[in-house]
Design a protein around this ligand. Structure first.
Ligand code: HEC
Ligand code: HEC
Length: 120
């Protein structure tokens, strides 16, 4: 039996409701999801999706929606902690292991610079 997954091509990652940004200039982030899904196994990011939930790929923000940076349920930490399944953690690991040289600066990577100025 063939199982087809929906693999979105481009995703706009939006801040969850009632989540306070750590920096005021940070807006929604364009994420080339299809590209990343070809380069990495789904479960390297969708760490909750095992065989028992085939076909149900949840948005990270369903669980990672809290403000701040002290809890594993924080929106910020899902994308910035030092572990492989976060964006920043994976970029750092690829750099240090010499596999690739992905940008590590906020605005050169994922966040567009705010109108008329630099991020704080
Ligand atoms: C590099 C990390 C990464 C990889 C690899 C990855 N995804 Fe995702 N995926 C994400 C992120 C980030 C989101 C957006 C989550 C959000 O907005 O909260 C997402 C969202 C999705 C969504 C939309 C969920 C929704 O209801 O909004 C689906 C479906 C999905 N991914 C399926 C897959 C499948 C299938 C694979 C493997 C073929 C895969 N993804 C590989 C990071 C990844
Ligand atoms: C169904 C809920 C759920 C979904 C969906 C989910 N996570 Fe998680 N995530 C968790 C839980 C619970 C933990 C804490 C696990 C632990 O303590 O080992 C966690 C831990 C993490 C961590 C480590 C956090 C830290 O600071 O140590 C990262 C990074 C992470 N998730 C990224 C993601 C990304 C990226 C996605 C979407 C592609 C995602 N998660 C989707 C529930 C979820």
């Amino acid at each position: 039996m063939a199982i087809g997954y929906e693999v979105p091509k481009d995703i706009l990652i939006k801040r969850p409701d009632k989540n306070t940004p750590l920096a005021a200039w940070v807006g929604p982030v364009n994420f080339p999801h299809g590209f990343h899904a070809v380069q990495n196994p789904c479960k390297s990011c969708h760490h909750e999706e095992l065989d028992r939930t085939l076909g149900q790929f949840l948005p990270c923000t369903q669980c990672h929606n809290q403000s701040g940076m002290d809890s594993k349920a924080d929106f910020y930490r899902a994308f910035h902690n030092e572990r492989t399944m976060s964006c920043l953690g994976c970029y750092k690991q690829k750099r240090y292991s010499g596999q690739a040289m992905p940008p590590l600066s906020c605005v050169a990577s994922c966040h567009k610079a705010p109108e008329g100025g630099k991020p704080q």
